[in-house]
Ligand binder design. Structure first.
Ligand SMILES: C[S@@+](CC[C@H](N)C(=O)[O-])C[C@H]1O[C@@H](n2cnc3c(N)ncnc32)[C@H](O)[C@@H]1O
Length: 188
């Protein structure tokens, strides 16, 4: 994860997001889960999704990159941000929704399994997960960062171990159907 510990890389990433358009993802989320309650965002990065999430949820942001946390606290002073690594989450406090947008692809498959087990413990009863991934197959390492690509069937199998998978849907971020969103609910 050293890439996102470098303030220059973080500044470049933030600058590259000026054209970000999360409308397709917002539409899917709005018709999939109850839009209320407490929400924890993992890997909030530049904070592009905060205006949308904050309209509906009691928002808490997190990241495991100090430069991103500095940026988030400066640009969104009304919100609470904590240092969290998605692979070592504390049980408390608990949330109604855990959300991430293009974060968990930086974990390898075993780390994702570990993170999902921990997220299960961090959710209120019948709580929701909303996580996005890049669509594809296999993995690559680029600038020391792990990029894991997924097919719908793989994500279904990984999430249904601990969750009821409600929807796995493709959508476009840079290109048509380049992304997948998983919406899942904690099993009782
Ligand atoms: C591609 S950026 C996405 C940022 C933001 N969610 C967005 O949509 O622009 C990946 C983010 O995941 C964070 N990240 C990477 N590995 C992580 C981990 N193990 N736990 C928590 N955050 C992580 C990075 O610091 C960075 O903020």
């Amino acid at each position: 994860m050293s890439f996102y510990h470098d303030a220059k890389n973080v500044a470049d990433y933030i600058a590259s997001c000026t054209e970000y358009d999360g409308v397709s993802l917002e539409r899917i989320i709005q018709v999939s889960i109850p839009m209320q309650g407490s929400l924890l965002e993992l890997g909030a990065g530049p904070g592009n999704d905060i205006p949308f999430l904050n309209k509906h949820f009691d928002y808490t942001g997190s990241d495991c990159s100090e430069p991103f946390l500095v940026h988030l606290r400066r640009h969104y002073p009304a919100h609470h941000f904590v240092y969290l690594d998605a692979t070592s989450l504390p049980d408390a406090p608990k949330f109604d929704v855990i959300y991430s947008n293009k974060v968990l692809h930086h974990l390898d498959i075993d780390e994702l399994k570990q993170s999902l087990e921990q997220q299960r413990e961090k959710l209120n009863p019948k709580g929701w997960l909303v996580h996005t991934f890049w669509a594809g197959e296999g993995f690559e390492v680029f600038h020391e960062l792990h990029f894991q690509y997924y097919k719908q069937s793989q994500l279904q199998e990984l999430f249904e171990r601990d969750f009821r998978v409600v929807n796995i849907q493709s959508y476009g971020e840079f290109a048509k159907k380049d992304s997948l969103v998983v919406i899942a609910q904690a099993k009782p």
